[in-house]
Design a protein around this ligand. Structure first.
Ligand code: AHM
Ligand code: MG
Length: 332
């Protein structure tokens, strides 16, 4: 195995870079890794096991939950509850935040917000989906039940964030505020191995990702930018290529590696956009900024948005610095 750096080793070796290094964050990340491996196993055999399709339940946003959404949610909650390092969680699939009441969990210093399986519409059609997670230090007193203030912290207060992409291979990409590193799951040994050290997003690219079906509902700024993407100009590599998977993790992962811009803006029928601040946008914004990109609502940095409710939505523009700056210039 010489030359291969496993995720567990990497997390332990880099824990000293972290300002509050006591091993708790390391253990918390390892709990997330274990849950993601279990979810990966089910995702991989989704067509064989009775785990495809919808349940009869809806989540708080009125979306029908898929069986795999529910399975993934249960795995992450169980791993974090049993691990004892988190005092509570917030999930896309759970209406209210969930503060753990065991004495051990109440002594936990962290809360985790996550979307257990993002891109649910792609589950049944064998297209990439992902898990997104965000970790904060609690602001309430250790030894008590976590409170709403713990879950409604600004993205700038994140101590770690990451995603797992269940794609042609399974990867885990995370940051603790010291750059971004990516690990690919080697299924033969069941370990995530360092494959993308010090991941940085190219300053520019030629991919734009947006649900163009919504353009009639989008602002003039967004429409003008998309027209700009389609113009012919060899000196700026235009026209750009349109790529839209409909799984935020997959669209952003591709753009992170190749360069590009991802846009889910406010629309006339969804004035706050679609994507959720606390467990979709903030963690992706943290990774994006750590990789050298920009994450904006169009008006301010996503991580500066003051959260007022758990399932709050936020307009989202993320990607290569120069491409995002160009779109932002159309907002002015
Ligand atoms: P989900 O959390 O219900 O899966 O929704 C989030 C997903 C994102 O992954 C993706 O970027 C977006 O919804 C796609 O939405 P649309 O189908 O409106 O383009
Ligand atoms: Mg989601």
């Amino acid at each position: 195995m010489s030359g291969v750096k496993m995720l567990s080793e990497f997390i332990t070796e880099t824990q000293d870079d972290f300002p509050f290094a006591t091993g708790e964050l390391t253990r918390l990340l390892n709990d997330i890794v274990i849950a993601s491996k279990i979810v990966n196993r089910e995702v991989n055999k989704a067509g064989l096991a009775d785990i495809l399709g919808a349940t009869t339940q809806e989540n708080i946003q009125g979306e029908t939950q898929q069986k795999l959404d529910v399975f993934a949610d249960e795995q992450f909650i169980a791993a974090l509850k049993n691990g004892g390092e988190a005092c509570g969680i917030a999930s896309e699939e759970v209406d209210e935040y969930l503060s753990f009441d065991s004495p051990r969990s109440q002594n936990g210093k962290y809360i985790v917000a996550f979307d257990p399986l993002d891109g649910s519409s792609n589950i049944d059609v064998n297209v990439s989906i992902g898990t997104i997670f965000s970790i904060y230090r609690r602001v309430s007193e250790v030894g008590t039940l976590a409170t709403e203030a713990d879950y409604l912290q600004k993205g700038d207060h994140q101590v770690a964030a990451g995603y797992v992409i269940y794609g042609s291979s399974t990867m885990l990409v995370y940051t603790t505020g010291n750059g971004v590193n990516g690990f690919t799951l080697d299924p033969t040994i069941g370990e995530f191995c360092l494959s993308h050290p010090n991941l940085t997003i190219p300053k520019t690219g030629k991919i734009y990702s947006i649900n163009e079906g919504n353009l009639a509902y989008c602002s003039a700024a967004v429409n003008n930018y998309i027209n700009y993407c389609k113009e012919i100009d060899a000196s700026t590599n235009r026209p750009y290529s349109a790529r839209y998977i409909g799984s935020m993790v997959a669209d952003l992962h591709r753009n992170m590696i190749k360069g590009g811009i991802f846009i889910y803006p406010e629309t006339t029928n969804a004035p706050k956009g679609k994507l959720r601040l606390q467990y979709e946008c903030n963690p992706m914004a943290f990774l994006m900024e750590q990789a050298g990109g920009i994450a904006s609502t169009g008006r301010k940095r996503i991580m500066e948005v003051e959260p007022t409710e758990l399932h709050q939505r936020v307009p989202t523009i993320m990607g290569s610095k120069e491409m995002v700056e160009k779109l932002l210039s159309f907002y002015k």
